[in-house]
Design a protein around this ligand. Structure first.
Ligand code: 2P0
Length: 339
């Protein structure tokens, strides 16, 4: 029996999977189908090395699946989502055992920092392995998507392109690496002092698509932004990428703010940080901002400018800390059964 607080690496014989969260440059906000969690449009992200989740899945003789996150047994919504996910793994593998899932985030959970992306990507790889389910990268991405749309992207490293697909069974709603970028971006993540977000991405998306008068325009914009962002990456055109990335972020938030009741993820300091990023860019530093479903601001820049960008963003008392990160790898097993 392993104590809950014991580090993951002490569970001998259980492979550990690491996945990194990703931050989208062209955002995902809306679904074409909720049962299979199919996105209404594509998206484009960068997987970030510093935002890691480690997960172990062990088959158990118990009568139900258990989940421990950061040393604490989890119940409620997070546990039911994990169990539903494991039900699908059982269905596909033809096995019936329950599982013990132990997971640890190396960044603040549930604060709008994409922990469901790294969490479900790591869980997909770890659970497939534990249940002996052979899966290609496309299948792992599809599986991760069932847990969380953005998790499909965290199966891969670097820049990643999520495809909305058209099939009803969702087999083509998967992410693949986007190769050929002439830009290598790093990120400074300004973590705002705040508790858990009030509206989850899932609920926020649903309310937005049901009530925002701009939702259809937003969905149509995504395809144009994807083309423009991919072109900017292959041309190494930082300015153009900044225009598209910031535009996609603001359009997503504008759409969410236009829901009834409007969803406001920004805190006052979010606007302060956006202003600082734009001032830095105007004075010659290549940097662009994006904001997910929370108040934190992610500034993408080139590696050599990262210290300066992080320094500027840490100057406000409502910024708790600034994390810095280079591009990350895709989800992978880091310890084998041999230990
Ligand atoms: C993104 N977000 O592209 C967007 C931008 C948040 C803001 O994907 O319902 O947790 O599980 O598919 O993946 C967060 O949404 O939503 C997200 P579900 P998910 O990164």
């Amino acid at each position: 029996m392993v104590a809950i607080a014991e580090p993951l690496c002490y569970r001998e014989g259980v492979p550990k999977v690491v996945a990194s969260a990703n931050i989208a440059l062209v955002k995902y906000w809306g679904k074409r189908e909720t049962e299979l969690n199919l996105p209404a449009a594509g998206s484009l992200s960068l997987t970030l090395d510093a935002l890691r989740t480690e997960t172990e899945v062990e088959l158990s003789s118990g009568s139900e699946d258990t989940l421990e996150l950061d040393g604490t047994a989890v119940s409620g919504k997070a546990l039911s989502r994990t169990r539903e996910f494991l039900d699908e793994i059982r269905r596909r593998s033809g096995r019936h055992e329950h599982a013990r899932v132990v997971s640890r985030n190396h960044f603040p959970s549930a604060a709008g920092l994409a922990s469901s992306a790294s969490g479900f990507a790591a869980l997909a790889v770890a659970a497939a392995r534990a249940f002996g389910l052979e899966a290609t990268e496309d299948e792992l991405s599809e599986l991760a998507r069932l847990g969380s749309g953005s998790a499909a992207r965290s199966i891969h490293g670097g820049f990643v392109r999520m495809h909305a697909g058209t099939r009803a069974d969702g087999k083509d709603a998967i992410a693949r690496p986007f190769l050929g970028s002439m830009l290598e971006l790093s990120a400074a993540i300004a973590v705002v002092k705040a508790g858990e977000k009030e509206v989850s991405s899932r609920d926020g998306m649903e309310l937005t698509q049901e009530t925002s008068p701009y939702h259809q325009s937003w969905i149509e914009l995504v395809d144009r932004d994807l083309l423009a962002a991919e072109h900017a990456l292959t041309e190494g055109d930082f300015e153009r990428l900044a225009e598209v990335t910031e535009g996609s972020c603001l359009a997503m938030h504008g759409n969410a703010m236009s829901a009834r009741p409007g969803i406001i993820y920004f805190a006052p300091v979010t606007l302060w940080a956006i202003d600082r990023v734009r001032r830095l860019r105007a004075s010659g530093t290549p940097v662009m901002f994006t904001v997910d479903a929370g108040p934190h601001v992610v500034a993408f820049t080139l590696r050599e400018h990262l210290p300066r960008v992080a320094e500027v963003l840490s100057e406000h008392r409502d910024i708790d800390r600034v994390l810095t990160s280079g591009p990350g790898f895709g989800a992978r097993v880091v310890t084998s059964e041999a230990g």
